[in-house]
Design a protein around this ligand. Sequence first.
Ligand code: UDP
Length: 451
Amino acid sequence: MSLAKTQNGKVEHDEVGLPNQPSPPSSTPHQVQAPSVRTWETPPPLVPAPHLEDYQPIIGAAEIDELRFLARELKGKTIKMVNSTAVGGGVAEMLDRLVPLLGELEVVAHWDVITGGNDFFEITKAFHNALHGAEYQLTDAARRIFLAYNEQNRQRMQFTEDMVVIHDPQPAPLITSRKDSPGHWIWRCHIDLSSPNPQVWDFLRPFIEQYDAAIVSSQSFAQKLPITQYLFYPCIDPLSEKNKELDDAFVQKVCDEFGIDRSRPIVTQVSRFDRLKDPVGVVQAFKLARRYVDCQLVLAGGGASDDPEGALVLKEVKEAAGDDPDIIILDLPPWCALEINALQRASTIVVQKSIKEGFGLTVTEALWKGKPTIAGAVGGIPNQIIHKLTGMLVHSVEGCAYQIRYLLTHPAFAAQLGRNGREHVRENFLMTTDVRRWLLLLRISLQNQRS
Ligand code: UDP
């Protein structure tokens, strides 16, 4: 029997229509309650952005006071954020929260999005992959198209703010406007620059060198540049649909809908179906661990239906899983933040067995939910997981299997990891910490301008 195996964003329950039944003992197939409303099949309505005060119960009044104190000298100062998309993707999600919070602190924040045709975005996608290290042959035509769209955007935009922040490579050439602008120019790079394709990086570098400073997301992404580089960790919003507290009834409903038995340990990895996230390795580790401890595996991902490689990886994962009823594979549409949140909260252990990683926001999300987390020691993950303190770092399938088994049989230690992980996120990787970093940078920049 297959449980909630999915294809193309559709959830297929073999047992849809069966009455609700109590969970059976371990390892036997269990029956799934027929879902009345399949919440994940249609996008939910937009939710209004939270206010600063809403964060007080999470970070405490002193932290909010600190933000207000830091913003005191910045009242009326202006900052412009420029990126390449208004919706979708982590940067837009982050700006969507950052801009109103700065506004509440009376820093006037503007957010502009550059425009371009498909040809521009195909090139910038290729640049993005190349900066992550992919093979790419940069042609004169690509250079011309990239620069032409940037010039078009530059001509329609004004840069009168005290600080102009250009996000990622797509709008980097806007720096050409710096000479006519009074502000401090910052390049905020969100992508992994640890081994960039030299052709693309050599093409972009002359633009980057004209900025006053660059911001990267991990020490290992810093480049040899003649300008100051700052480290700003990525962050999550604890009040977003993905991370807010949920009623247990909702968590239960999501588990019922997907055929997950909460009376048994649940090991989860949430990730795109991408080889670098090693979902097949997770299946192998799970199968090894389950020889010794009872557990189920949930692999929740998305995007496989519109990404040919994702579909291939999903197929490989299904093959590796075989007809194991304890492996539940979910290919979810992109708007399933609440469901992902519920799956993470229902988990006994969260795994992120990546082979290569940017920062690994799924790790941040799991730690924030107090989950004992096992993750590959790659990219920004070691910034988040301090081995044996805020989680467990692993380097192999066997290592991952060992840690699953260890944490499931040492619940007190696992719970302590979860508590430590949550505190680590509270201090370093929340939206409010990001606001504090921007306020400090704005103050430093304005001071430098004066001196
Ligand atoms: N995510 C999601 N649905 C999925 C898979 C992932 O919403 O099916 C989210 C996940 O919760 C996280 C983000 O996408 O917020 C992935 O960020 P991460 O840095 O972990 O990896 P990336 O996909 O950017 O490499």
